[in-house]
Design a protein around this ligand. Structure first.
Ligand code: AMP
Length: 180
């Protein structure tokens, strides 16, 4: 890895704080609000998220509720793509598809608008963090069910000890700025 890229990653990493035992005992919560409030980290994170996909044909960035919305629309703009939200149940107003998943803490389901993606659309799934991979994997199923083609995954942080990438397809690039 280039020296400058490593120093950018170090800078971003230092702006993220870890809150122990939130939202419940045993969880080391990665709080990106401290990254967002640092204007340099904000710009560098946008730059680093787009880097691996620049020059690729992307139709949509799918952002996962809710922290996947923070950089998701900006990433979509950087890649000349549209943005699609994947949301928690009951939030999307039109007809939806739903998929159940397991979180690092608890279980939930995610939804997407049925008419959000056209068949064969090239899609990047984005979230702030991948932990167990349950959320990204559920979003993967939603996109496949709508006939979309996932060409990449984009995260700010990957908690590699939780092996989230094992739940995602083997042949699709998973780009994380920071791996812990
Ligand atoms: P998972 O489905 O287990 O990969 O969990 C990913 C989702 O849960 C993401 O939307 C994260 O924002 C959130 N999440 C899970 N674990 C953490 C953590 N330790 N710190 C911050 N967010 C987390």
């Amino acid at each position: 890895m280039k020296k400058v890229e490593q120093s950018i990653k170090n800078y971003i990493s230092e702006t993220i704080r870890t809150i122990p035992d939130f939202p419940k005992p045993g969880i080391q919560f990665k709080d990106i609000t401290t990254l967002l409030q640092d204007k340099k980290a904000l710009e560098l994170t946008s730059y680093m998220l787009a880097s691996p996909f620049r020059g690729k044909l992307v139709d949509f960035v799918v952002g996962l509720e809710s922290r996947g919305f923070l950089f998701g629309t900006n990433l979509a703009q950087d890649l000349n793509a549209g943005f699609i939200p994947v949301r928690k149940p009951g939030k999307l107003p039109a007809e939806t598809l739903s998929e159940v998943y397991a979180l690092e803490y608890g279980t939930d389901s995610v939804e997407i608008h049925k008419d959000a993606i056209f068949k064969g659309a090239k899609v990047i799934i984005h979230d702030d963090l991948i932990a167990t991979g349950g959320t990204a994997s559920a979003a993967t199923e939603l996109i496949k069910r709508l006939g979309g083609e996932i060409i990449g995954y984009s995260f700010i942080i990957e908690l590699s000890f939780l092996k989230g990438r094992d739940l995602l397809p083997e042949n699709i690039p998973i780009e994380s700025i920071i791996t812990e």
